[in-house]
Design a protein around this ligand. Sequence first.
Ligand code: GCU
Length: 622
Amino acid sequence: MTSPNLLKTLTAVVLLLLGTFNSKLAQAQSALLQNAPQRRVLSLNGSWNYIIDPYENGFYDYRREAFDQSKSGKGGYYDNQKPSSTQEEELIEYDFDKSQAMQIPGDWNSQRPELLYYEGTIWFKKSFNLTPKAGKRYFLYFGAINYESHTYLNGKKLGMHKGGFTPIQYDITSLLNPSGGNFVVVKADNTRRPEEVPTINTDWWNYGGITRDVFIAETPDTYIVDYKVQLAKGDAKTLSGYVQLSGEGKAGQTVSLNIAEVGIKQTMKTDADGRASFSVPARKLTLWSPQTPKLYAVSLSSGGDAIQDKIGFRTIQTKGQDILLNGKPIFMRGISMHDENPLIPGRARGEGDLRMMLTWAKELGCNFVRLAHYPHNEIMLKLADEMGLLVWAEVPVYWTIAWENPATYQNAETQLSDLISVGKNRASIVIWSVGNETPLSEPRLKFMSNLAKKARSLDDTRMISAALELHRTPDNVIHVDDPLGEFLDLTSINEYAGWYWGGKPSEITKYTFDIKYKKPVIISEFGGDALAGYHGDANTRWSEEYQEALYVNQLKMLGGISGLRGMTPWILADFRATRRQHPVYQNGFNRKGLISSTGVKKKAFYVLQEYYRQMAQKYDGK
Ligand code: GCU
């Protein structure tokens, strides 16, 4: 009889091996190209044929054996098989070209009424013409596929990826048809599973499919795969970073860094790993800030490769209970946001959606946005740089994650590494958040503190945070002593006094705070639902007046926190959420938005807008 402990150990070992295998397969994809959109030669956005496959008929045979693991590797929908003659005597029970099409990027839930709640597999196929050139490399790049994807080019498997919000990239150079005719097939599966990241329960819509841009990037054979160009930690006078060439053993290669506007022209040599690190005096820089979102044209080149980026330079650090941007104390006037334009249901699809959302945030008087609860579109980060909005960026380690599953941790760490890889040159990003509202336990503390350490090892120039847990005592004290707080630079909490607990809005000013950590405090969420146009008095739940009174009293209550240095109330706009079922007030929407799902500003919008006007006056003197 196996003892329970031995069984537990064996299970952990098996899970670890499985996790390693999965992460290896997932990492079969090439190292993410930094600023990949700059290298786009062919967009694959547009109409993709699709096949709905809830039984995964196109992936497994009737004995549940994966076709692409069979000896021939054939038999799945990814072959994109066609009858060899007009008699159609072969039995082929699918045909992409005769199937329906939908628009990519775009989740399937919002494109077909019958798919609004669909969770499972849908196959996508796109044919394209690209004649590969000698001396070039080609990468197939997806901005995101939610949640698990298996991707094939011309019938050959490229790899599997997990994670619904981070880029996916495959080197397809050797698989492109010299004739130019090619086809890509994707198996996208948004099934929720307890051991995934996020887990099965979230308060947002489980939009499935290819939800961000798809394109083919071209580089020279030896290319600049990665780079970081930022100010050295806490030093506004020194640029530091690195340029990483592709391939092995590229020692002694010449790399140039050029920022013409401030007369920086640096030439350096790569080390045995193909990396050229630099530390360059930078005296004449205009530092990036929300008031002056100055971006510089940065050019990097090596051999036959060159890439340009627009980068802002600023320092961010904490000092006691202050947050210093470029050495000056700031108050972070924020708002939380999902990656969803309420006016066009579904995942936000492109720059127009994102620019509109950020314009709403600016109208509110924000200098800060919390991009909840997962990595947002890379376009959003570049817009925040351009429009002058500080960013809280986050991985979907949300609620009840499988803390003791090694594969789950590996998955979370991979998503965090990809989040930081994509965002490390964006001045707007000042906070990496390793999760949200996770229940206290030893395994959770180990999981989250390891993520915090990993984030700091990848980037020690930004603040590390997470929405911590709080608890209340009968004497109306809100206590914040979550042990995870030891590992973070900020104390952030989601507190819903006046909505989920604490009585009516007028009663919540009875609360005071007892916060263990002497660090800057950011209230990462507060709020309440209001159905736009539904009116009552300050005690009528769901009315605009209730939400307005809640904001008035929340701001009074929070004024009692001496270390308060920012907030990101929940949330800019109403958003789709499967858990929100009330047939009158919700209808599948979380209504905590300050702006309704039809773009109407609710009364509480103006309460926060006035508060932010006063805070801007106090901190920025404007
Ligand atoms: C939580 C959670 C959000 C959720 C919100 C709510 O704090 O972080 O994702 O939508 O509360 O209950 O509306």
